[in-house]
Design a protein around this ligand. Structure first.
Ligand code: P1T
Length: 400
């Protein structure tokens, strides 16, 4: 089946659901009646398994092309669960420019539980070799990165990692399996914040772990059950529902994002645009090679001071000032004080997340309306700059 067909049918039993229901029912139950001592109808307790969750897990497994999947409560729960595969003294090499919450969790586990993390720029795959120690067990890849849209050559890094016996883990949140299929490039585990494009409607927080290694499948299921990070039935149902329009949404996100990126690139108040779909993006060729599309996230550096940034963010009407991404509605945020506030300032600056960076999650509203919204916010910034310039002009010396 094609990917688009799978978004609608994967996880739905070919015989249909109970009573012929076309859509997956929500089994909103904590527990299941046993048929007899030691005999269930397939489920015993929702932490260990639930039919609505199983439907989502099967759907995600198919979409990523893996061997198993578990649906968990949030993207961070997915990351935390995967990190329980490792023990004190193990070392993980993590891409240095990643989601702020990911960096915070790694550092917390390092400080409290002795799991070592090395943040490395993986844009040049060779840097992985230089960072390896006898204790290195895994490499953590986030591509495109949040919020700077830097890319990592998944195939090159995973090949190198495999040659050293490391587990390769890819956070595929920014592109979704519609645009990027890391297992085809050698990854062992994929994590998702399903909060984002997979659900797509900003009405649920969720996460997922998909594995492509038989030896990890059972371990990840065991950890999800033991830690209790499993997703709730209603949330699973919402994500399943969202996934049915994933392909259609992703095409609209990309169309609008490309237009926004081109508009920003030509705007005099914009210093730099970060979008892999622009020919000027330093890894545009890699994006074309390893991604089906460029996605819906665009970041840029506004030329101006903190008050200019604030003016811009206060002035948009369609781009709501909010964290998160991947919903049908457009959002704007300031990584340094919002999504990446949990990354320390030195780390942020070392990877290029300056205080001037603004991140846009470009929604699927009418593209013309989105550009007009951005243009009017820039006009506000421009007006402010002109007023300030006037106020600062030296007062002419008195002729008295
Ligand atoms: O928010 P949660 O569902 O727990 O997902 C965490 C997460 C994991 N990986 C990536 C790449 C992410 O971007 C996120 C969450 N990011 C935001 C909330 C944000 O505004 O960037």
């Amino acid at each position: 089946m094609s990917f688009q067909t799978d978004t609608i049918h994967a996880g739905v039993p070919s015989s249909g659901h109970a009573y012929g229901a076309v859509m997956t029912p929500i089994f909103q139950t904590s527990t299941f009646v046993f048929e007899d001592i030691g005999k269930t109808k397939g489920y015993d307790y929702t932490r260990s398994g639930n039919p609505t969750r199983a439907a989502l897990e099967e759907c995600l497994r198919v979409l990523e092309g893996g061997s198993s999947a578990v649906a968990v409560t949030t993207g961070m729960a997915a990351i935390a669960t995967v990190l329980h595969l490792f023990k004190a003294g193990d070392e993980i090499i993590c891409t240095d420019d990643c989601y702020g919450g990911t960096a915070r969790l790694f550092k917390t586990l390092e400080a409290q539980f002795g799991l070592a993390v090395r943040f490395v720029n993986l844009q040049q795959p060779e840097t992985l070799s230089a960072a390896l120690t006898p204790h290195t067990k895994a490499v953590w890849i986030e591509t495109p990165s949040n919020p700077l849209l830097n890319l990592i050559d998944i195939e090159a890094v995973c090949t190198l990692a495999a040659s050293h016996g490391l587990i390769s883990i890819v956070d595929n949140t920014f592109l979704s399996p519609y645009n990027q299929r890391p297992f085809e490039l050698g990854a062992d585990i994929i994590v998702h914040s399903t909060t984002k494009y997979l659900n797509g409607h900003s009405d649920v927080v969720g996460g997922a772990i998909v594995s492509n290694r038989a030896d990890l499948d059972e371990r990840l299921k065991f950890l999800t059950n033991s830690l209790g990070t499993c997703a709730q039935p209603f949330d699973c149902w919402l994500v399943l529902r969202g996934i049915k329009t994933l392909a259609v949404r992703m095409r609209e996100h990309e169309k609008n994002a490309q237009a926004v990126a081109e508009f920003l690139a030509s705007h005099p108040l914009v210093k730099k645009v970060f979008y892999p779909g622009l020919a000027s993006h330093p890894q545009h060729d890699l994006a074309k090679r390893q991604q089906r599309g460029f996605g819906g996230m665009v970041s840029f550096e506004l030329s101006g001071d903190a008050e200019d940034i604030n003016t811009f963010l206060r002035s948009t009407r369609l781009f709501a000032l909010a964290e998160s991404l991947g919903g049908v509605e457009s959002l704007a945020e300031h990584p340094a004080s919002m999504s990446h506030a949990s990354m320390d300032a030195a780390h942020r600056l070392s990877v290029g997340i300056t205080d001037q960076v603004i991140r846009l999650s470009v929604g699927i509203e009418d593209g013309g309306d989105l550009l007009a919204d951005l243009e009017s916010a820039f006009e506000q910034v421009d007006a402010r700059k002109r007023t300030e310039h006037k106020a600062r002009r030296p007062v002419a010396a008195s002729t008295l």
